[in-house]
Design a protein around this ligand. Sequence first.
Ligand code: ASP
Length: 427
Amino acid sequence: MSKKVRTIPLHSQILIGIFAGILCGTSVIFIQGGHTFIQFYVAPFGNIFLKLLQLIAIPVILTSLITGLAKIKDVKKIGSMGLKTVIFFICTTLIATTIGVIIADIIRPGKSIDENIKKEMIASMGVTSDDISDQLNTGGSPLTFIENMVPSNFFQSISSNQNMIQVVLFAILFGVALSRIGEEKAKPVLLFLEGTNEALTLMINLIMKIAPLGVFALVASVLAKVSAGDLQKSIHLLSGLAWYSLSVLTGLCIMICLVYPVLFYTFSGTSYSMFFKSMRSAFLLAFTSSSSSATLPLTMQCVEKNLKVDKEIAGFVLPFGTTINMDGTALYQCVAAIFIAQFFNLELSWTQQIVIILTATTAAAGAAGIPGAGMVTLIMILQNAGLPTAGINLILIPDRILDMCRTVINVAGDVTACLVVKGRSKA
Ligand code: ASP
């Protein structure tokens, strides 16, 4: 008789990792040398876990997208799926950015800071905006990011996770082309890719075995980093940013508690509890890793297995969404831009606010699915709206925590897109 082994579900394992990480990360405040210990001996395990997830992200995108598209013989079907997806992405990002602007206008987080804290915040602007703008490839034209989406060298594209959108574009073209060549020639290529995809799925399962350890290390190192240095001063400065953080979190809550449920329920009939139950491990991983691309392999697995979305849809919408659909990031960027304007007592006109909404929609699309990417492309928004880019330094302290939250929304937005594209017909 086979013995039934009871395994702890993945989301519970991740939760255990989170709690252990919180315990460990906060207890180092009281232990001398604790920060160094975490940095040297715990953080590497989190990095290893993230690296392993990122390692399979590009191969997963390539194989799922190509096999998914190659099987759709009807080019019209691909066109309609692509169109639906793009319309969804644009609409939800515009909704997110508008919500961000409205909330920032109502709460006015930049106005509610005590003058003394304000002075300290300005004094604490340690990092210059140049440090951040150096990382941003500002080519001048707002269309640069579309230009950068097009790859010129396949191997260069797959050599960096930052170029994921180029890989997506290549995979779309290759998948469509494969569906149009004769079956005899396409079959071996497809078989190879399908086999690779299956092996990658197994790799995901293997990597997720160390998820509790990886998540534990990630959470502990983030907390240890936050509490390193002058903790009292950080808390003091953080109090000045409380309304700002609250504004971002309120907006993100509206997206996940209201906007997405309305959409996935209306278009696919999926209930709220089903949505969260199916996606909880992916959301927890997104939260702890702050990286939607590292979460992508698990997101795909949850969407296909638990929400029963066809591989063809999930394989197209999710990789595409992970690279260009970032509602959480776009919303945060709007609140941050308006916060910075209010902080420096700069009154924004309606047109400037519309510029912020539009540039945030493109800036978020240009951000990579990695920790802190949204803050880098925020520079572009500030520049376009004529706001001081040095203001970025003001929002550095709570950024990692906000990043963890906005990454969950970024992933939830892509999952909602899958359900909307799937519709009710293929339940
Ligand atoms: N960390 C986010 C993501 O991976 C991007 C960002 O907003 O920084 O989706």
